[in-house]
Ligand binder design. Structure first.
Ligand SMILES: Cc1cc2nc3c(=O)[nH]c(=O)nc-3n(C[C@H](O)[C@H](O)[C@H](O)COP(=O)(O)OP(=O)(O)OC[C@H]3O[C@@H](n4cnc5c(N)ncnc54)[C@H](O)[C@@H]3O)c2cc1C
Length: 673
């Protein structure tokens, strides 16, 4: 196998290559230099605000918004640009995410024309810095229960915003402590004395001079574990009045007389429809975590290829760390998984772009597509951000003491990405959402099976259960293998169909097991659905994980199909094997427990992963070069080829930055089609 890093780089850059290149070239300028250690918090926040303004001036954020309101209407390109930004300072990334993605996204997706005309351009240019105020001290995951109220006063034609309790305080909100002028505030809407559920309103929080608006109490969250360039803060509202137009009224309006109207009658459905439109935030965080993981792997793998320790007794030469099997084991399966996640992210971005950029689809079809996207995005965000946390820690350890120095950036990457597992939906909660949506789909499928197929399903379940429970499982395994001899052949482990089969079987088995447990629980007299679900929660989460990994593997396979060059395909095939088999290896106890693989095969799995690590090892540096992270951005001395970060750039400080709009015009819009 040989790796053409440049060809692979082009392939990874994909259809939005021009946007990735643009962002890289902007961030490689000295104005964005990454420093060995973050400046003191006050200075750091100023620096991040200043850099966000420079980025806004390039026109990048306008990719997110519709053309008729001054935007470029390219959501896929925008998310890809955001992902690329994650190779730089992650405080800058999150500051931009709050302003353009969350605040702008709420105005765009929950508001109507009057809001778009008044605000979108000002948001894209950062003339109007804003916040997304959903979480409260009392409710972060369960946001349907937020306590802030917006009560309509028909006489004045205004809403009154109130924080009725201490736990109603808006908490952790980005852009609040220093810069935010306005916030999209999520409140319980009260009209005519009746509560209508959670809705978002635009509430000014600071005046032109930067002082808090009367009735708005602003406090600073202070220092955090990471992301200290972002000014997170808290908000309390004391009888703050806003005009009736402040309600973001795409899904519900209040007439001047105080009549509440919504095209979605069911309150629950309305709430989840509103939240669903904000899916781009989750897609963005997932993508950013993959980029941060790539940065960490680029640093650790390059260091591992250069750093020497120990050697054979008959030699004066010590070996590069990466020649040690355990070092390969720590880094290379993680590298393969990162490639897998890259392609899964590419797929979710394409779906997002298609669904949110599409017009003219049937409502029902569009809603089904949106629901599928939400489930896919939730699952991928959870798996990708957990992978980032685990991999960055591994990279830190793999670089020894050097990995602990601030200048090598792994500490910063660790601290800054840590919270990605929590915001934009806590991962555990997200996997529950995935599982619930699967179980709903499962129920539908079961009902549609018809009597014969259902009987077949039950028989196959009974067989599996018998295999699992049997004391002679090994014997049955051997019998099964005799019946299907190809299952035990060495080369089958790297047979893609076999891998896909195992991933699909695992998902189906866990899911059907969870469904059976739920059904059994519900069949008891007086069963409480909440209790029953709670009892199966662990099972349900395993099902969600298995589902997401099956999707990731399928997305990897689809990417391989797209690769036209035979050499490139071979490289991707090897990485895909390494991802699939190391993922199965993690679960080999479970696979054996369920009679799916024998102990012999389980050992073979480990041997095969070792062999794959050995075959990928000579190409490890090319594989991280293909991430295309400029030296100026990576900035870690141990992670730069040659060992010294080049902190200079071909561009002078005063150089005018390229504008996204001009780039699109120059190259032709068809590039992004
Ligand atoms: C740096 C930072 C920036 C943020 N920025 C913003 C922002 O700009 N705007 C905004 O609105 N919010 C923001 N947040 C808030 C963030 O979205 C919430 O912290 C997050 O949703 C989790 O809510 P919580 O902190 O209340 O945790 P909780 O909901 O209390 O969860 C705590 C733990 O309990 C677990 N848990 C909760 N419920 C269940 C259950 N049913 N079953 C099993 N386990 C459960 C969770 O998995 C989690 O591990 C930010 C947070 C941070 C830290």
């Amino acid at each position: 196998m040989s790796v053409d890093a440049v060809a692979l780089w082009r392939f990874l850059d994909g259809e939005y290559a021009i946007v990735r290149e643009h962002v890289r070239s902007v961030l490689s300028r000295p104005a964005f230099a990454t420093y060995a250690a973050a400046p003191p918090t006050e200075r750091y926040r100023e620096q991040v605000s200043e850099r966000a303004r420079i980025l806004a001036a390039t026109g990048g954020p306008s990719l997110l918004y519709p053309q008729e309101f001054g935007g470029l209407g390219r959501v896929g390109a925008a998310i890809t640009g955001f992902e690329t930004l994650a190779h730089s300072d992650l405080s800058l990334l999150v500051k931009c995410g709050v302003q353009f993605g969350l605040f702008g996204g709420a105005v765009h997706h929950l508001g109507t024309r009057k809001h778009h005309e008044a605000y979108l351009q000002k948001i894209a240019s950062l003339e109007l810095p804003g916040c997304f105020a959903m979480s409260e001290t009392g409710h972060g995951s369960n946001v349907q229960q937020v306590e802030t109220t917006a009560t309509y006063d028909a006489d004045a034609g205004e809403f009154v915003i109130e924080s009725p309790t201490e736990s109603a305080r808006k908490d952790y909100i980005g852009n609040v402590a220093l810069d935010g002028r306005m916030a999209a505030v999520f409140c319980q809407l009260v009209v005519g004395g009746e509560s209508r559920g959670v809705h978002a309103l635009l509430v000014p929080i600071r005046d032109e001079g930067g002082s808090p608006v009367e009735g708005v109490e602003i406090t600073d969250c202070g220092e955090k574990l990471g992301l200290n360039g972002v000014d997170n803060g808290r908000l309390m509202f004391h009888s703050v009045r806003v005009d009736r137009d402040a309600l973001l009224d795409r899904y519900a309006e209040v007439t001047p007389e105080g009549e509440y109207r919504s095209p979605i009658e069911n309150e629950n459905r309305r709430f989840f429809t509103m939240l669903g439109t904000l899916v781009q935030g989750r897609v963005s965080v997932g993508g950013a975590s993959i980029s941060a993981t790539k940065s960490a792997l680029a640093i650790a793998i390059r260091h591992g290829a250069r750093r020497r320790q120990f050697g054979p007794p008959d030699s004066d030469e010590e070996l590069p760390l990466l020649d040690f099997r355990v070092h390969q084991r720590r880094l290379l399966p993680a590298l393969a998984t990162t490639y897998a996640l890259h392609f899964a992210q590419e797929r979710v971005v394409a779906e997002l772009d298609r669904i949110f950029g599409s017009i003219g689809e049937g409502e029902e079809e569009a809603e089904r597509d949106r629901r599928e996207l939400e489930t896919r995005a939730a699952g991928l965000k959870a798996i990708a951000t957990w992978h980032a946390t685990e991999t960055i820690q591994t990279c830190r350890e793999a670089c020894g003491g050097a990995g602990y120095l601030s200048e090598n950036r792994l500490g910063e990457l660790k601290a800054d990405t840590d919270v990605f597992t929590t915001f934009e939906g806590d991962n555990t909660i997200l996997l529950q959402l995935v599982a619930k949506s699967l179980l709903t789909g499962y129920r539908d499928e079961f009902e549609e099976l018809g009597p014969m197929a259902t009987a077949g399903f039950v028989v196959s379940q009974a067989w599996e259960t018998m295999v699992e429970r049997s004391a002679g499982r090994e014997l049955i395994q051997r019998l099964t293998d005799d019946l299907v001899p190809s299952r035990e052949r060495d080369e089958d482990l790297i047979d893609r169909e076999y891998q896909l089969g195992l991933f699909r079987w695992r998902e189906e088995h866990v899911l059907s097991g969870a469904a059976r447990r739920l059904r059994r629980g519900m069949s008891d007299d007086g069963a409480d659905p909440f209790e029953v679900f709670n009892d199966c929660q662990d099972h349900v989460l395993v099902a969600a994980r298995a589902h997401v990994h099956r999707e990731i593997l399928e997305d990897f396979c689809a990417a391989i199909e797209r690769a036209e060059d035979a050499e490139l395909r071979t490289v991707l095939e090897r990485l895909c094997d390494l991802y699939a088999l190391s993922e199965l290896e993690r679960d080999r106890a479970w696979l054996q427990e369920h009679g799916r693989i024998s102990s012999t095969r389980s050992k073979m799995l480990t041997r095969t992963v070792n062999g794959l690590c050995a075959s990928v090892r000579p190409h490890a540096e090319d594989l991280v070069d293909a991430f295309g992270i400029p030296d100026e951005l990576l900035a870690a001395p141990i992670g730069i080829p040659g060992g010294e970060a080049s902190r200079t750039s071909s561009a002078e400080i005063g150089d005018e930055l390229p504008n996204v709009r001009e780039i699109l015009e120059r190259v032709g819009e068809e590039v992004l089609q």
